[in-house]
Design a protein around this ligand. Sequence first.
Ligand SMILES: Nc1ncnc2c1ncn2[C@@H]1O[C@H](COP(=O)(O)OP(=O)(O)OP(=O)(O)O)[C@@H](O)[C@H]1O
Ligand SMILES: [Mg+2]
Length: 383
Amino acid sequence: MRKPATRPTLSVVPSASALPRPPDALALLGALPMPLLAIDNRNRVRYVNPAAEEFLGISASQLATLGLMDLLPADNPLFLMIDQARRDEMIVADRDLSIEGPRVRKVGISVQVAPLPEEPGTVILLMQDASTARALDRQLTFRSAARSVSGMAAILAHEVKNPLSGIRGAAQLLETSVAVADRELAVLIRDEADRIRALVDRMEMFGDKPIERGAVNIHRVLEHVRRLAQSGFAARIRFAEVYDPSLPPVWGNRDQLVQVVLNLIKNAAEAIASAGTEHGEIVLMTSYEHGVWLTVPSSERRVHLPLVVAVRDNGPGVPDDIKPHLFEPFVSGKPSGSGLGLALVAKIVGDHGGLIEVESRPSRTEVRLHLPVVPDEDGEAAV
Ligand SMILES: Nc1ncnc2c1ncn2[C@@H]1O[C@H](COP(=O)(O)OP(=O)(O)OP(=O)(O)O)[C@@H](O)[C@H]1O
Ligand SMILES: [Mg+2]
């Protein structure tokens, strides 16, 4: 299935007639903090915004005399992406690209190429620096960290769970037989045994069992978790939903996706609560992005990940010392956190063949998941 490169209408966006007159388009592009170039049908630079001048380190007047061929070697994958965007009239994106030529040297950048329907053959390029790509790298690294947890969980389950149920049973017996003054101690032993068991149970979720997949309506998953959250740990927080109602189902495991969304919403709610943010808000978003592909390491295969599910909060942001280790197991900035939530999210999303991006600054933390759609009958992921 190939969809035209139209963007979904989002339910919260007011209709065009309700909007005031927009600012001048060139002024908007000039202020855009993302590097943007327009490339004509002969691969010459037609327009470049100030962010792109700065990003490439080349002035607009110089760029006006150049073509992409002057900036990049002919075998750079960017040319293929541009051709595909022109030919199929769709948005094409890739990460971790290098632009290395005599004038420019940029590595690990993310690029989106979109056709400009009003001017056939012309495409726009949006570029993004390495930070996003680095976040993805990190996620891949942490998948191996998650694997080490799965080995440990198997040992713990064996070595800890059995004796633990003995300890718990003994404490329960003591509760009924010891003097009232000591009963509190017996209860303490039972409660702590329960806590350890819950921890081992969570670690067992890192197991290496293959996932059972089906078509999952991600909006139902989000609704389910939102209701759960609002009747419990996030009762005082306002929720907003920005859904693309035409989204196809995710190719995934419903229970595991519930677990993922629950962990993300829990983190968002805990961050808001920890800072005492007055108007705490969590925004749940879904959208369809045509051009996100993941190159599967050590193979030529590229997987299409068009479904985006995002959870955003206006809490204080991820602490700087946690950021580089965000997905590692047992890393937590909370006094009683186990630090397993995001490690599990990374493991599950990784098992689904998806990707995670995190952007965080004070008052705005957004976790974006890129997930696959249900494959066609011939096994190809739908595009
Ligand atoms: N939305 C967020 N805003 C701010 N910080 C966050 C957010 N999400 C995660 N973090 C930081 O990342 C750390 C790791 O999160 P993770 O979910 O892995 O563990 P945890 O929440 O501490 O414990 P657990 O999820 O096991 O109860 C958190 O302790 C917190 O410091
Ligand atoms: Mg957590």
